[in-house]
Design a protein around this ligand. Structure first.
Ligand SMILES: [Zn+2]
Length: 464
């Protein structure tokens, strides 16, 4: 759980680190416009269309400016476009950006005693609690969604929404009415996400992460079990989605997306009391997954554009740097255990070396990603990569061994049903261990690739 004690420890860690202090100062500066006024919250559901967000003259993607809901500028020809299609394309990024801002502001409330930031974060949560049901769950592309057209986007959104709520709650800054509204949104999101199981799609990693976050919010042991242990849960994604070489089976672009989803989900699993990477075999797989992009990177440290990947995207994008910064913290924790069985071995040194190489690259132009819009509106000028200008995830990432339980690596099949401790009013801690034996996790995808697109309807969280 994120607790008042945990936040106090993080405040102490920030005070003792010049990098983290600089990152916090950066986040305070970035929050200033948000404190001046509430950004526009889209009144419409996002729409995926062939022409929305595209310059009609030259086909360039229009810039995303969170402060400009109706005027959308083309970075190539400089013209400004308007119209419903462009507005509803803008709404996709804006809903995601608003939830990010709620988490950003709540982190400042929780870690820097910034009351104005906490109040603005609560305001964003309440605004969505009021309007969530006005966005219709129809006209979708990949699964049910209210704010978007695909379930995985709802998952990315609810992860930030709940991160904000949990931080405010843990720091005593969430009033009862806002908490109730958050619960109603989370419950509906669980139903949407829970009814659309995408099997071993990279998107399901995010859906699992979202269900884990919702489980933490409600202290719902059954939902946590599903998000983590089910045949398409986080553990299965780690052990089968990422192959023995560490690479996600759908190629580098989806590898990076699934890995970010997994790392996010692992953070929520840890909040539920489970460390998904503490078992040596699982830690080894996670380390391999972190290092896989270093092995297939092109000489200019972009990644190969396989399948439908964009071409020429640098691995020094802030979103990717953050992945390895957080990975460094997690792998570093394990290395510090000096466990002779830890496959991770020199993982921390290798991840650190890889990060150093990326920070040494010439500056890149930051791009907008669904799960990383922290630099928006993005200036189309190269931006030097720096660990003190990332999203703030590092502010919350503990570098000491958590008190969580181990997730077990492959072992003998356990004939018993899992025994779980059900939600308790105080000290929710979901138990992963079986009555006897180890959790069965097949750590070998081999050449077999998992089936995708399996739907598993009707198992979402139900109203309590
Ligand atoms: Zn243009």
């Amino acid at each position: 759980m994120v607790t008042a004690e945990g936040l106090a420890a993080r405040r102490q860690a920030i005070a003792g680190s010049s990098d983290l202090q600089a990152l916090l100062a950066h986040l305070v500066a970035r929050a200033a416009p948000l404190l001046e006024r509430l950004p526009p919250i889209p009144t419409v559901k996002a729409l995926l269309s062939a022409d929305g967000g595209i310059c009609p003259d030259d086909g360039a993607a229009l810039e995303f400016d969170p402060w400009s809901p109706h005027q959308h500028r083309c970075p190539r020809c400089g013209k400004t476009w308007s119209g419903e299609r462009h507005d509803r394309h803008w709404a996709r990024f804006q809903h995601l950006w608003m939830a990010e801002r709620a988490a950003h502001l709540a982190a400042l409330g929780a870690l820097a005693d910034n009351s104005a930031a906490a109040a603005r974060a609560s305001e964003i949560l309440r605004a969505y609690a009021r309007s969530y049901w006005t966005y219709p769950n129809r006209d979708n592309v990949l699964g049910p969604s209210r704010l978007f057209f695909s379930t995985y986007l709802e998952s990315i959104w609810i992860l930030n929404f709940l991160a904000a709520a949990v931080l405010l709650r843990a720091s005593g800054r969430l009033d009862d009415a806002t908490a109730r509204g958050v619960g109603q949104v989370a419950d509906e999101a669980a139903n949407l996400i829970g009814e659309f199981d995408e099997g071993f799609s990279n998107r399901q990693t995010w859906n699992d992460a979202a269900l884990a976050a919702i489980a933490v919010w409600f202290e719902d042991a059954e939902l946590a079990a599903r998000a983590i242990e089910s045949p398409t849960g986080l553990l299965a994604h780690l052990s089968r989605g990422f192959g023995r070489d560490g690479l996600w089976y759908e190629g580098e672009n989806y590898h990076l997306f699934a890995l970010r989803g997994f790392m996010t989900g692992a953070g929520w699993a840890r909040a539920a009391g489970v460390d998904l990477g503490e078992e040596p075999a699982l830690a080894g797989r996670l380390t391999a997954a972190l290092l896989a992009p270093a092995l297939t990177a092109l000489p200019d440290l972009t990644f190969p554009a396989r399948k439908d990947s964009r071409f020429g995207v640098s691995l020094a994008q802030p979103m990717y740097l953050e992945l390895w910064e957080v990975g460094l913290a997690r792998v570093g924790m394990r290395d510090a255990l000096k466990d002779s069985l830890t496959v991770a071995g020199n993982g921390m040194r290798e991840v650190a070396s890889w990060l150093k190489a990326l920070y040494g690259l010439p500056a890149v132009v930051p791009e907008a990603f669904d799960s990383y819009l922290h630099d928006a509106p993005v200036a189309r000028t190269p931006h030097p990569a720096s660990r003190i200008s990332l999203s703030g995830w590092a502010l919350l990432e503990p570098r000491v061994r958590p008190a969580g339980r181990r997730a077990r690596a492959p072992g003998p099949a356990a004939p018993h049903a899992p025994r779980r401790r059900h939600a308790l009013a105080s000290g929710f801690r979901y138990r992963l261990v079986r009555e006897s034996g180890s959790l069965l996790v097949p750590l070998d995808a081999g050449s077999q690739r998992p089936a995708v697109g399996r739907r598993n309807r009707g198992v979402g969280r139900r109203h309590v």
